[in-house]
Structures are given as structure tokens and as C-alpha cells.
Design a protein around this ligand. Sequence first.
Ligand code: NOJ
Ligand code: CA
Length: 513
Amino acid sequence: MLKWLDDAVFYEIYPQSFNDTNADGIGDFNGITEKLDYIRELGCNAIWINPCFASPFGDAGYDVSDYYTAAPRYGTNEDLRRVFDEAHKRNMHVFLDLVPGHTSVECEWFKKSMKAEKNEYTDRYVWTDTIWEEPQGMSSIKGISDRDGCCAVNFFSHQPALNYGFYKCTRPWHQPMDAEGPKATLEELKNIMRFWLKMGCDGFRVDMAGSLIKHDENSEGTIKLWQNVREFLDKEFPEAAMVSEWGEPDKSLRGGFHMDFLLHFGPSHYNDLFRCEEPFFSDRGKGDAFEFVEKYKETRAKAGKDGLICIPSGNHDMDRLARSIKGDNLKISFAFLLSMPGVPFIYYGDEIGMRYVEGLTSVEGGYGRTGSRSPMQWDNSVNAGFSTAPKEKLYIKQDESGDRPNAAAQMSDENSLYNEVKRLIKTRKEHSALLNRGGLEFVYAEKNTYPIAYLRTSEDEKILVVINPADREVKMPCSYTLGEKIYSCGGDISASVGEITVSPCTAVFYTIK
Ligand code: NOJ
Ligand code: CA
């Protein structure tokens, strides 16, 4: 169990859109270094940087062409090292984004793997042995290599799948996990991790972590692979941590991950809260958090007491929180996100309510995700302080509305979302029950009903969290004796015998006697 994860709060940085320090219209490493104090002041003590390795950026960097070299547009490996060093000086930790499942078609490994003659990279990717046979259940690249065969792809058609082997081999070209090719791929992955950990990074967010072994119905093979990685880390980098994009903590945590994300796809019901037609966190009060809570309880039970489930405010793949959640409900959403157990992840700009920019043409393989990836709005100077390049040179358009939020204005406004998020993180850190490993017990979470209430617990305190996003007064049964109010947003609650009444659009945290 890593101590530093007990009170970690992450800030996700999409590097191309964060802060441009050399006026080329694109964010960079020095831009991140420059803003570490901002992130620290908000209360976050860890960052996750989206892929920042050499890449043609056909999928925003999730198409790596060289895992050992920082993308020149962001700076050099030394500049990245400085991000690690400067973060450490501020008691912060840095995660890089590890993309183990696929590379770019431009990666040298793939170019060599496409050759007809056998070489070191022949088995680095998942190939069938004739162009006339496609890998079952997967898309593939075919007809661009001298090599006779189709190469499986993982996501976009320019992202060939690396070969870690098949759990069940039913075709001659299916290689088992312990074949030479798959073993070499895994060793290379460890080398990549070793390289960046030695340079000072503190761990990884792992892309599509659950998909490495093919034909692995119950993920047994993939779990085994990650256990192997964990053994290596325990031996060489015992302080290194990992969070998986997997969405099944029972599996990922068995595989040695410390944390797993709740995903906006799959069975989590995360979208019921923030991203659907009638989200729970809306003042319309027509949403339903019941299924989410039921699923969450089940997932948490499976994850065990040491497993950390991460509920993000958003990320580079989903709509901005502020696309569907409006006004005070943004604050109330954060009151929820920052009072739940697990490790919170705040997507850059969500702390000021940055909007989804409508109508953008796809940039770097973003498609519908592009609107959530627009450049950070720092202040009211040119390009909102993101870059001094001419506006047309920004690699992606900004929110151009006259009332777009910016960090500087919100920092000086006591009532801003920024200051609410800051207060919430501070409150979380002052109460052991609210921290990442504190206990959780749902007190009230009924179907189609508001509010939602839960207890957070530690050895020395119990805190009742009551949240009512709806714009109407609501009641719930409750027989606790309320103690001190440690946080409130909106109105308050009033207790009478066996019942409490909650004001409209309100979130409160009370100690319990
Ligand atoms: C998940 C990443 O978050 C997403 O942005 C990317 O496109 C796919 N994985 C493919 O790597
Ligand atoms: Ca730049």
C-alpha cells in the first residue's frame, strides 16, 4: 500500500492544450512546469499527463512512434525531467500515460514488422499468416506490407496491436503468452517503464489496460501479465503506482494496479450522474443515482478495502462536465466527487467550469471529443493566456464566448467554482474520514429520489454527506445526531425527529455524534 495515495488528488493535463510557452500555438512541458504552483494551490498533489511521446498525433499521442523520446513539440526529455523535478520539489507526483496496447503505424517496430524477411520485430504485433485471413473479432491493417498477413488493430485503423500473446490459441498464428515474441514485447514494455521511472516519473495511467492479451475471455491472461509487471515494479521501483483504464477493479487490482477508473462506458452508470438527458446533478431533479449507487457498492465490495476506485470529473474522452451540468450544480457535483472515497481526478479546466466547445472540426483524432480538449483559459489576456501566438495559430480553437470562464478571475472571486473546489479539497484533507481510504456507507439512495446521503468514516470520526442537486426542498429519514457542520454549499439541512429536510441545490457535510 503506497502511503502517498492516501491523500492524493490528481489533476489531468492534456499537454497540447495546457500552456504554451514558446508561442507555437501548442502547449509544452515548460508550460506545465510554469503552472505547477497553480495546481498545487488548488490542492492537487499529483498530475497525470496524457501521452507526450514522439507521435504523428493521429490519436492525440495515443499512437506512439517512439516511447523513449518526448514529442519534440512539447520539448525535450530534459524538459520533461524538469517537470518531474519541479513537481517533486512541491511534494507532487507525476504520472505519464503508458500506451502498452498499440503503437502508431509510423513506429520503427511496425515498419520492421511489415517486412517480408523475418527480423527482431516480426512477432512484435498480432499478425495473421495470410492476407486472406483477418483476425477474428478485431479490425486489421492489410495490403500495405510486403509481409503476407493482416495486422490486428486496437482502436483506430492506424494503431496496430502489440503482441502479448493469446490466452486461448485456436489458429496457427495465435501465439501463446510465453512464446518468444510476446515475451519480448513485455520486456520492452518494462524497459519503457524503467526508462521513465529512472528519470523521475512516479507511475503511469495505463491505456486500455484490460485488453493486452487476446482471446482472454475472463482476463486471466491479462491479469497474469500485469502481475508480472507488478513483480518487476516491486523489485525495482516499489514506490511506483499505476491507475488503469479498465473499469473492472476486481480484475485490475488483482493484476497489481493500485487504482482503477470508473469509466463513462461499460456498466458503471457513471453517466447517469453527469452525462445523460436527465443527469442526477441537475436542478431539474429528474435524475436517478440509484443504479449508479448499486453498481458502485458492488464494485467497491469486489475491489476490497485497499482498492482505490477513481471517479473523474471528466477526461479527454468525454464531454466536459459543464456541457450538461449548469450553475451551482457544478459545485454540488464537485462536493460529491471530492467527498467520495478513492482517488479524485480533476480534468484540467473543470475546476473553472470550462465549456465543451461546440461545432469544432476534429483535431488529432478527437472527433466528438475535440470540444472537451480546447486550450486552457488562464486569464483575460490574448488567447485567454494560453499562448501568445496569433489566434489562427492555436492548434485547436478556444471557447470564443464573451463570458468564457478563466482561472485568474475565478481565483479572485470568493464565490467561484475554482474556490469551491479548493475549499472542498482542503476540507477533504483536514478530515481522515473523507480521505481516499476512508470508509463509506450509503445512508439514503432511493430510486428516482433526492437527496443522496452517505457516511464517511475513519477511526476517529464519522461524517454525514447530504447532497441535493434538485431545485426543491426534499426530505429523508435520518436518526443521526448532527455535530459540527464542516462544509456547506447552497443551503443547509434541518433535523427533526427521525427526519431531515434539505434545502434546494445544497451539499453539506456534518460530523455525527
Ligand atoms: C483510451 C484513450 O483515453 C483514448 O483517448 C484513446 O483514443 C484510446 N484509448 C486509444 O488509445
Ligand atoms: Ca509550445
